[in-house]
Design a protein around this ligand. Sequence first.
Ligand code: SF4
Length: 277
Amino acid sequence: MKEHEIIDKLREYFEENYELMRLEGGHALTEDVKQLALTQVLYYYNKMRDVANKVTDTEVKLTLPEQITQKGRNFTIEGIVDIVRDDDETWMYDIKTHDTDYIKANKDLYGRQLNVYAHIWQKLRGQPLDKTAVISTAYPAGLKRAHLLNDPFQIQYELSKWEPLVDLDFDQEKVEEIIADFAETVDCIEDKKFKPAPVEVLKENLAGSKSKFGQRICRECDARFSCSSYREYVLGKGKGSRGNFRKYFDDFGSDTAKEEWANANLSARDINTINPE
Ligand code: SF4
């Protein structure tokens, strides 16, 4: 397929996926946010074209059934990966929406999951594996800024320093320990033990990020209004607890999320006004 045909196909798939997600999730995007999302896809393709062309198996479902927890509960581990095979090596890729810096700073966390997938691939499927890696699909802030400024030189510079692919070592000796951790989590969920992270953790900067846990993770968490740690984090922050109290109950998400929501609903209202049923 020629390059321009691939780009056309990407645009077509993007539209189809967007419509599907809009109908399933009920969330609409404003036209400018949607176009920005499309540029993320196109830059990502530009950067990962070589890997994309070499992928031999996409969305391979890996399953590790019949696992038993300490309390005798049965569970299954499942994951989806991409595989690249050439004459010399086989690579396994796990695709994440998190940014590269965060993945690099938390290699152990991401490696644990890939270790289990590598185990399933090699031991249960009997397939060879040489390397594992995570691919970050997050839009780098610098590239997004350069795109919005329409600065071609800065775009080229940002593209050249973007490294979406993060190599991770896999260590099969740790697999049993990792599966035991999964099992412990299953028992906690089934026993309804949902203890939030302590407030001290919410105040700490996340590894590989300048944002605090309470800002970056909790602001996106639907359980935050019933979470004692988040309440303490917001209400206990700084002076003027009355102001914080109000802020806590008026928190409808980040400024960007609120703006997108408002704009999308305004657009929907305009359409309804023009075309009343
Ligand atoms: S708000 Fe959500 S993510 Fe944050 S500590 Fe509470 S439960 Fe965990």
